[in-house]
Design a protein around this ligand. Structure first.
Ligand code: GAP
Length: 532
């Protein structure tokens, strides 16, 4: 069962080195996160899968990696200087600043209705270029990687001799000075983007947009986010970005947040290539663009069939890696009961949970939003016991829970029962798993077991494809638990029987079934299991 609360994922990410708050020892900086040792592997595997699917497995794509800083004229003609804005309101009472749509009629912090009129706030970060701080020595941190692709259109065309239709893919950082970054990785100020600009003959863009929708859904399925978990939103005309004539948003049902944008597939017409083109009057542009005397060139394509120069149309699938990682984690997350807790222990936890819920309900000092969230989650856990018991950890991590004194008793009552009777497991697709195989010696002080386990790790890792780790830092049960939590598909244990018959135990993450496998057949066994 997927995650039911964002807290489950936040807590797992911290506990297992997937995501850390950025510059945490100095109190952090809002909207910025770091990928830990496990997180960087998961992120790289997601990016690899995307690149493989969209660049290597197709014959109509090229890759690109552009600079983050660009000549600021790029952002003038792309329309971002003028239109990449969110409406901002200030609270006159507490000086809080909010996005107008998040604030509504009252300040989310203090409840005051004394708010300023909304005013536009540009989301691009500005930075100084060079040692002298002069008016015009500035650049923006790119808010999308797309513009690097558009301004290089001619370069790619001439150096690869591509014919329409073809696309250019890019993975890279994007930066947005979000007014209220929130909800963990969902809305941040710096994030990795997966972007494709696909160039097509004018008039064929609708069919291509539908094809891309199908292709992208198939990839999401391939990484464990099935079609059933995604809703397709045909974005209403009034909500379209300034460059788009039609956009499909893939909406994923994030825990706690509900359905929110995972990826956008936009039909950008000839807006971008047209905007960066000089002598626009020579083309019959469909998009409304500003005159561009600054560009040095035309970003057009000579169509040998019609003997005419045209400005191609663009279809753009674009997703953020953080939102992707959150969806993947959420889908893979599971907390199954391994064995049912005894009746008396269950009754104890239930009593503790009821007392906690009653205390939350009667607590008028908690902010209303936090109180309602605690009540709703607490009651849902209570109604689904015993299966739901591990969610108590997430409940106690929610905003406001630390102000309920019954929380401490509930934690004491539940922690050991959860530890003894449940496990947390990430059922990641093997190709995404940060670690594919973990190898343990049954007894680390026995040199024969430890050195055999180390040799097995080295041999599986050789060739570089099967990420394998050695661990001897605890009892086997604890080591299994750690690997389950990061989604390692297979664990190999070297025990005393290994010394006699050169076989090892291989445990499957999902079924917990154990096979006895000869060491010299292990690599083939592992490869087959990982491919299945
Ligand atoms: N080039 C198109 C473009 O930038 P967008 O819808 O603004 O379109 C693309 O952004 C994707 O980037 C979104 O679908 C989302 O996955 C991700 N994204 C956008 N803003 C984000 C933010 N502040 N934090 C995390 N991800 C974000």
């Amino acid at each position: 069962m997927p995650a039911v609360s964002l807290e489950q994922l936040v807590s797992l990410c911290k506990r297992r080195g997937i995501i850390y708050p950025g510059s945490e020892i100095y109190g952090g900086l809002q909207g910025l996160y770091d990928y830990g040792p496990v997180g960087v592997e998961l992120k790289n595997n997601i990016v690899d899968s995307w690149w493989r699917r969209n660049v290597y497995e197709r014959d109509d794509m090229e890759g690109l990696d552009c600079a983050i800083l660009m000549n600021p004229l790029t952002w003038k003609y792309s329309g971002h200087e003028e239109t990449f804005v969110d409406p901002l309101v200030d609270c006159r009472k507490c000086q809080g600043r909010w996005r107008a749509d998040q604030a509504g009629t009252s300040c989310p912090a203090c409840g005051s209705t004394d708010l300023t009129e909304p005013r536009p706030f540009n989301l691009m970060f500005k930075t100084q270029v060079g040692p002298v701080s002069e008016e015009d020595a500035y650049a923006y941190l790119r808010p999308e990687t797309a513009q690097g692709i558009f301004v290089n259109f001619n370069n790619v065309l001439t150096t690869t001799a591509r014919k329409l239709p073809f696309g250019i893919a890019q993975v890279g950082k994007g930066f947005r000075n979000e007014i209220n970054p929130r909800n963990f990785l969902f809305r941040v100020r710096e994030f990795d983007m997966l972007e494709i600009e696909f160039f097509v003959h004018p008039g064929t863009e609708d069919a291509w947009q539908d094809r891309w929708l199908e292709d992208r859904l198939a990839w999401w399925e391939h990484i464990g986010v099935g079609r059933d978990s995604i809703r397709i939103l045909d974005v209403p005309r009034e909500d379209l970005a300034h460059y788009s004539k039609k956009t499909y948003d893939l909406m994923y049902g994030y825990p706690t947040l509900g359905y929110e944008e995972l990826e956008g597939i936009a039909s950008r017409t000839d807006f971008d290539l047209g905007s960066h083109t000089r002598y626009q009057e020579q083309y019959e542009l469909a998009a409304q663009v500003a005159e561009n005397p600054s560009s040095t060139t035309r970003l057009s394509y000579f169509d040998p069939q019609t003997n005419r120069h045209v400005i191609p149309f663009v279809v753009e699938p674009s997703a953020g890696v953080g939102r992707c990682l959150l969806a993947v984690l959420s889908e893979a997350y599971d907390e199954p009961m391994v064995k049912a807790p005894p009746e008396d222990k269950l009754a104890g936890v239930k009593g503790g949970l009821d007392a906690f819920n009653a205390s939350v309900s009667g607590n008028r000092k908690l902010p209303e939003e936090a109180r309602e969230a605690l009540i709703s989650f607490g009651e849902s856990i209570s109604s689904e016991l015993p299966e739901s018991m591990p969610r108590i950890d997430a409940l106690l991590a929610m905003t406001g829970a630390d102000r309920i004194k019954e929380g401490k008793t509930l934690r004491n009552l539940s922690q050991k029962v959860i530890g003894d009777h449940y496990r947390t497991v990430l059922r990641l697709k093997p190709h995404l798993a940060p670690v594919k195989v973990a190898v343990f010696p049954l007894k680390r002080t026995d040199d024969r077991l430890a050195s055999t386990a180390r040799d097995i790790r080295k041999s599986l890792q050789s060739g570089g494809r099967i990420r394998t780790v050695y661990d001897d830092t605890g009892a086997i049960g604890k080591l299994y638990r750690r690997q389950d939590e990061i989604g390692t598909p297979l664990c190999v244990t070297v025990d005393f029987q290994t010394i006699d018959d050169q076989t090892v135990t291989v445990r499957d993450r999902d079924t917990m079934a154990q096979d006895r496998v000869p060491i010299d057949e292990l690599k083939v066994y592992v490869e087959e299991k990982l491919a299945s």
